[in-house]
Design a protein around this ligand. Structure first.
Ligand SMILES: CC(C)(COP(=O)(O)OP(=O)(O)OC[C@H]1O[C@@H](n2cnc3c(N)ncnc32)[C@H](O)[C@@H]1OP(=O)(O)O)[C@@H](O)C(=O)NCCC(=O)NCCS
Length: 180
């Protein structure tokens, strides 16, 4: 995935001051973990471990405070493959101090660009609040339309079939170019 990293969008976006979008490194794992943990309850985010994040650091994008060398992480999101054609956006979170500046949208849109370049046909997310994703062009879909996710995570989950999360999906081939 690293070869496809698309970092240009941050430069041209008005209002994106005080932060830089960059790929994560294993050295960011502790800061990413701290950010996810801080908002785990409020955002009902999946718990993650530092080890897991460090192992898959190349899947994460971060918004860092103060430029490419900074280790302060204001926002993060992960693109995790579920199959050869479907990827999932996970752990999308922006620190309260930096919300409303477009970082959440930037992280989600850049991951979608990366997914398309990497050859995925669609991306999905599971969330308790689908409104952000709907604003980004995703559609609400029945869970059964994402069998990759069910096989990957849901089947082993204690809340399988009693899950309060919404499934959202973005078709990269047809729908991405038409997002608002
Ligand atoms: C959701 C979250 C990532 C948004 O980050 P952000 O940087 O403030 O978002 P942006 O400023 O890029 O806003 C993006 C768009 O979503 C909208 N939006 C932002 N937060 C929203 C929310 N909680 N509910 C509905 N819409 C929201 C904005 O109005 C904006 O729309 P626009 O671009 O069409 O004007 C952030 O609030 C957060 O970290 N929440 C806790 C964790 C969480 O809930 N993660 C998502 C679940 S996977």
């Amino acid at each position: 995935m690293t070869a496809h990293r698309v970092l240009a969008p941050v430069a041209g976006r008005p209002g994106l001051v005080g932060g830089a979008l960059r790929p994560a490194t294993p050295g960011d794992a502790a800061a990413i973990h701290a950010l996810i943990t801080k908002y785990q309850e409020a955002g009902r985010l999946l718990p993650r471990t530092v080890d897991e994040i460090a192992r898959h650091a190349d899947r994460f994008l971060v918004i860092s405070d103060g430029g490419p060398e900074s280790t302060d992480v204001l926002g993060c999101a992960e693109l995790a493959p579920l199959s050869a054609t479907v990827a999932e956006v996970r752990s999308l979170v922006v620190d309260e101090s930096a919300r409303g500046l477009g970082f959440g949208r930037l992280l989600a849109e850049t991951l979608a660009d990366e997914a398309r370049l990497a050859g995925f046909r669609s991306i999905c997310a599971f969330t308790h609040d689908a409104s952000l994703f709907v604003r980004l062009g995703y559609s609400l879909v029945p869970h059964a339309w994402l069998p990759e996710k069910i096989a990957h995570d849901c089947a082993g989950c204690a809340l399988f079939r009693a899950c309060g999360q919404h499934a959202v999906r973005l078709e990269l081939a047809e729908g991405w170019g038409s997002r608002a």
